[in-house]
Design a protein around this ligand. Structure first.
Ligand code: UDP
Length: 497
């Protein structure tokens, strides 16, 4: 009886890409599918699964039909130490190439699993262009998971199409992005390096863009009230369906335990208690959370500027710093800084990895310095926080424009150059301490500008809460997508075309 039931149930396979910014939203989305009655399988490798398996087990034990299907990462074949499978663990270009090589070798075992499991639909990360053909062979819909904003996909599309940055007299001159409903200006230096000039990375990304056009539709971790103009534009421009089902982190991680364990191993739980005590000792909306996501590398000089910028501002802060930066810091600058901040209780350093959802959700947190990774943006605005924008690479400069020029909930710190995250040189300082302290004062101070920004951010936070409730747009989109996939399954079973 049970097996017959599961046979009839819609079965969706999720294929994530192993980096937190892509994986976190996809895992949350997979869990939402399961919570709405879908039989879900997530295909991934061992080290990657260990970062979220506990959550999946909890969901499974609560009665949802969700599991991970593990495949072997070919560490030895590509010359990587055992357990290095995540893009965020690459410390050099060479290592990044090896991880990507390992990921590309997973195509055959994943395809074999598709054949064995015979799913009704594949939801695949944007980076796996090859899944278009795999889904076509099975005669099932392939859904492209885009891990950033509608806005950035539109901006990138029109810049690639019209190349408005060609023929400018210099890289620091502004151009207007064609085709958008708002006047958005950028400089060539702010768009990804591979788009500025023709290089091999273009060939790397092109199949991915083409694969979107050949997909059944695109899933976005976004919501209608946030970027409705761009949702509409992307539907007409890309010519395929799309569904905004975000913010998925708020939807799938409603309780504190989930927020603590999302995307990390268990032992961090103990450190969270100390952090929560520190946050509990602070006034509401008085703490600035500073994080540059999972990939960004900073030069030592830039770290020194951030430290002084934060120390010289008149606000408390939590700053996530890489353990490596402490290890490479021969003069002990960061250690001295941490001690000073502990003594004065002004700052709290988190080494390596923060329970980000837990911090953002705490009433003492009043704002964030962000590199404009889409997940950090959504996670912050889901709880109504305004932001200091410090984009670094990829589509982050587009996201900054959405926050500052369109939504008006962001203060620019003054980042000017889009630079691939692993090629930051030691002497690379992009933003000075005075500019950092100034942006902090604008965001966290009590000026009219700051108050208005805070009100707008809170309104978006309220809209984010409404959209994932019954009757909300994202809620509706998810249910509608699942229903549509069920009808497709039924038509297929009835032999209809
Ligand atoms: N994250 C976290 N703790 C950290 C750094 C990042 O939990 O110390 C999570 C964050 O909540 C988000 C993801 O990792 O879900 C980072 O994605 P984002 O798109 O913001 O940036 P990326 O890392 O892709 O540059």
């Amino acid at each position: 009886m049970e097996s017959q039931e599961s046979h009839h149930k819609l079965h969706v396979i999720f294929v994530p890409y192993p980096t937190p910014g892509h994986m976190n939203p996809m895992i949350d989305t997979a869990r939402l599918f399961a919570q709405h009655g879908v039989n879900v399988t997530i295909i991934t490798t061992h080290a990657i699964a260990s970062t979220f398996q506990k959550t999946i087990d909890t969901d499974f034990n609560s009665g949802y039909s969700i599991k991970t299907q593990l495949i072997h990462f070919p560490s030895a074949q590509v010359g990587l130490p055992h357990g290095v499978e995540n893009i965020k663990d690459a410390t050099s270009l060479e290592m990044l190439r090896k991880i990507n090589h390992g990921i590309s070798m997973l195509q055959d075992p994943i395809e074999a699993l598709f054949q064995d499991l015979q799913p009704d639909c594949i939801v695949t990360d944007m980076m796996h262009a090859w899944t278009v053909e795999a889904a076509a062979k099975l005669g099932i819909p392939r859904i492209y998971y885009y891990s950033s904003s509608y806005f950035s996909n539109c901006a990138s599309h029109f810049i690639r199409k019209y190349r408005p940055h060609d023929n400018l007299v210099s890289d620091t001159h502004k151009f207007t992005i064609p085709g958008l409903p708002h006047t958005i200006e950028m400089t060539p230096l702010q768009i990804p390096e591979w788009l500025r000039e023709k290089n091999s990375a273009k060939d790397y990304f092109e199949p991915m863009f083409k694969s979107e056009e050949r997909s059944y539709g695109t899933l976005y971790n976004s919501f209608h009230e946030l970027e409705s103009d761009y949702e509409k534009l992307s539907k007409t421009t890309m010519g395929i369906k799309s569904w905004g089902v975000g913010p998925v982190s708020a939807w799938a991680n409603m309780d504190d335990d989930r927020k603590t364990i999302r995307g990390q191993r268990e032992e961090l739980g103990k450190e969270s208690a100390e952090l929560l005590n520190w946050l509990n000792s602070k006034q509401n909306e008085s703490v600035l959370y500073v994080s540059f996501g999972s990939l960004t590398r900073l030069s030592h000089e830039q770290i020194v500027e951030i430290a002084y910028g934060l120390e010289n501002s008149s606000h408390s802060f939590i700053w996530v710093v890489r353990e490596n930066d402490k290890n490479e810091d021969k003069e002990g600058f960061l250690q001295d800084f941490e001690e000073r901040m502990k003594e004065s209780k002004k700052g709290y350093i988190i080494w390596n990895w923060a329970p980000q959802l837990l911090i953002l959700d705490h009433p003492a947190t009043g704002g964030i310095v962000t590199h404009c990774g889409w997940n950090s943006i959504l996670e912050s605005l889901s709880v109504g926080l305004p932001m200091i924008t410090w984009p670094m690479f990829a589509e982050q400069f587009y996201n900054e424009k959405l926050l500052v020029d369109v939504l008006k909930i962001g203060v620019c710190v003054g980042s000017k150059v889009n630079k691939f995250w692993l090629s930051i040189g030691e002497d690379h300082v992009v933003v000075r301490r005075e500019d950092i302290a100034k942006a902090v004062e604008i965001l966290m101070g009590s000026s009219q500008e700051s108050k208005e920004m805070r009100i707008r951010a809170k309104k978006l936070g309220d809209a984010a809460k409404r959209t994932i409730e019954e009757g909300g747009d994202s809620y509706y989109n998810l249910i509608q997508l699942i229903d549509e996939l069920k009808s497709l399954k039924k038509s297929k079973a009835n032999g209809e075309k």
